[in-house]
Design a protein around this ligand. Structure first.
Ligand code: FES
Length: 122
């Protein structure tokens, strides 16, 4: 959910804006920075929810350590938004709860093994 931005870029007037999609809505964000920085500057304050309680989370360390910035970027789950450079046309979604097996297999991020419960029961 976009809100009033907590962060304001120092040099916004000289930097290009790009269009991305966040949670199904078009957003115009500053380019040439990480996805996390671009979304925070655009007022996005909720990036994911925790798998256990569903508590909202947002970037904390901005350097790849805390994993609070996980998003689904262009269909790939578990992307650390602070380590990915924002690109025009990106389709970004909040990561809700735990990563699903379907997301692993459709994004090509998993192995070719059949890891469904049915295969374990056999
Ligand atoms: S903000 Fe900590 S890993 Fe991205």
């Amino acid at each position: 959910m976009p809100t009033e931005p907590l962060f304001h870029p120092i040099s916004a007037a000289t930097e290009p804006f790009i269009d991305i999609e966040f949670d199904g809505r078009r957003l115009e964000v500053l380019g040439q920075r990480s996805v996390a920085a671009a979304l925070l500057a655009a007022g996005v304050s909720r990036f994911r929810s925790t798998p256990v309680s569903g508590a909202p989370r947002a970037p904390y360390c901005m350097m790849g350590v805390c994993f609070e910035c996980l998003l689904e970027i262009d269909g790939v789950a578990n992307c650390q938004a602070c380590l990915v450079t924002v690109q025009p046309g990106m389709k970004i979604r909040p990561q809700e709860g735990a990563r699903s097996w379907e997301a692993v297999h459709t994004a090509g991020g998993g192995s070719d093994e059949d890891t469904t419960e049915a295969s374990h029961a056999a």
